[in-house]
Design a protein around this ligand. Structure first.
Ligand SMILES: Cc1cc2nc3c(=O)[nH]c(=O)nc-3n(C[C@H](O)[C@H](O)[C@H](O)COP(=O)(O)OP(=O)(O)OC[C@H]3O[C@@H](n4cnc5c(N)ncnc54)[C@H](O)[C@@H]3O)c2cc1C
Length: 433
């Protein structure tokens, strides 16, 4: 079995150890460095450990307890959010927040303190975790919560898998009446309109997110489609999972398949597909939250060299100058792909020490790996992000410099005292050592 990250960059070699029981001790031996590995849905190297050992958790997938009175679920950490939904939805419950794929583990969701389309409403995943067990390489086990070992609780939420292995976790879930989302799609012409729609939506819509045309220039710079929604209340209760057989990308696409012409064509057609400014629909939660999950191995469309996802957040400002400057740089480079997601974060604080979100605007874009050309662009973008007081998301990163990381996460030094001496990652060695 080989373990990769979703962006398939960098290429690393690890010893793979599949964990079978959450009661067994960790295989710590001398100098070998360990790192937990969930489903490898991180894009870069937070889930990689070159020349070390990866502890694959996906067999730790049991549901341990569910309190249906208050909506509190306890599971082993290797369970996927897909499996959690298969348990919850037919009972009328849903995840407190979810990323854009359900193929991530509970442990991975906590270690990267993931966020979803409802960050402005519900904060990060870590905000809903009530407690977990942390297993250290010396065999010690701690229960961590806001009350018990709170400093370990904070260090492990967003702790990038470095503080030990989360064996199980307990978290709050939310009620739903059915499996559907009442959704509205609104075309916006530029960034001003994006911010205006965000302002009018944040109060009344639990979920907001936008697709952004990253090749649009000049007057149309920043144009896109705003999507907002709430869990449907009315209608017949239908708590189905609607699992559809997915299609699979059968091989690595040649690198010329995605070029500026094909991406521009896609963006133009995608933007034009909505005839009216506002379209209302009722959709199942699967296409609303997980549109890419129906295409297995879609990361192959970027070819065998892999790709990068660049996700940053910059704080709000009067004129939102930073996000405009970054969008202009990206659009002029012509390098980004059609997958570009724009969203604002709210001000709900995560308990996590190293959590990524902050109040501001976040943009996530895919870039095919074009070697030096890509790196030069990212360094320009890094400078703009840092100057604006923002930061880059470790879960998506494969290349930011130590200086960039340390400038934007000044709390990184506090994490050091909680890192398990037998644990490390390719990411951490790059940005902190
Ligand atoms: C299509 C797609 C959409 C995405 N959308 C979003 C999004 O909207 N929002 C968002 O925040 N993220 C998003 N992501 C990123 C993804 O949610 C995170 O990278 C997530 O952490 C991946 O979980 P995983 O189980 O695959 O963990 P991995 O990628 O395998 O590991 C991630 C980290 O968790 C640690 N870890 C894993 N298990 C444990 C454990 N049991 N104990 C301690 N540490 C552990 C690892 O050491 C590593 O540091 C997306 C990814 C994809 C591919």
């Amino acid at each position: 079995m080989s373990c990769k990250s979703w962006g398939r960059y960098p290429k690393t070699t690890e010893t793979i150890k599949r964990l079978t029981w959450s009661t067994e001790p960790l295989p710590a031996n001398g100098d070998d460095k360990l790192l937990p590995y969930g489903m490898g849905r991180s894009y870069g190297d937070v889930c990689l450990n070159n020349c070390g050992t990866l502890l694959v958790t996906t067999a730790l997938d049991h549901i341990l307890a569910f309190d249906e009175q208050i909506g509190l679920l306890r599971c082993e950490s290797g369970i996927s959010l897909d499996e959690v939904l298969r348990f919850l939805v037919p009972r009328g419950w849903f995840l407190p927040t979810t990323p854009g794929t359900k193929f991530v583990t509970l442990g991975g969701a906590i270690a990267n303190d993931i966020h979803g389309k409802n960050h402005h409403h519900s904060g990060t995943f870590g905000c809903h975790v009530t407690r977990f067990e942390l297993l250290r390489s010396n065999g010690e086990r701690f229960i961590c919560s806001r009350e018990k070992n709170p400093e370990w609780f904070a260090a492990t939420i967003g702790g990038l898998g470095l503080t030990g292995l989360i064996t199980w976790a307990e978290f709050k879930v939310r009620r739903i009446a059915n499996s559907f989302i009442e959704m509205e799609s609104i075309k916006f012409r530029d960034l001003d309109e994006f911010f205006a729609i965000t302002k009018e939506s944040d109060q009344d819509y639990e979920y907001t997110v936008s697709w952004q045309d990253c090749l649009a220039k000049a007057k149309t710079l920043g144009r896109g489609i705003f999507m907002r929604g709430n869990h449907a209340k009315a209608g017949a209760p239908d708590l189905s999972l609607h699992p559809k057989p997915g299609i699979t990308v059968p091989f690595d696409f040649p690198s010329i398949a995605l070029n500026q012409v094909s991406i521009k064509l896609f963006n133009t057609l995608y933007y034009a597909r909505l005839r009216r400014r506002l379209t209302k629909s009722i959709v199942h939660y699967n296409p609303f939250f997980y549109p890419l999950d129906s295409i297995n191995k879609w990361n192959r469309i970027y070819g065998s060299r892999g790709f990068f996802q660049y996700q940053f957040v910059v704080p709000f400002s009067e004129d939102n100058r930073a996000i405009r400057a970054i969008l202009k740089e990206i659009s002029e480079s012509g390098q980004a792909s059609f997958l570009a997601v724009l969203k604002t974060f709210g001000d709900i604080r995560s308990p996590g020490l190293l959590s990524f979100p902050m109040p501001g605007v976040t943009l996530a874009l895919d870039f095919p790996n074009r070697g030096e050309e890509s790196f030069v662009l990212f360094e320009k973008l890094d400078r703009l992000v840092i100057e604006a007081g923002g930061r880059i998301y470790p879960a998506k990163d494969a290349r930011m410099s130590a200086a960039t990381f340390q400038a934007s996460y000044p709390q990184w030094k506090k994490l050091i005292q909680y890192i398990d001496p037998a644990f490390s990652s390719s990411f951490w060695r790059r940005v902190a050592l």
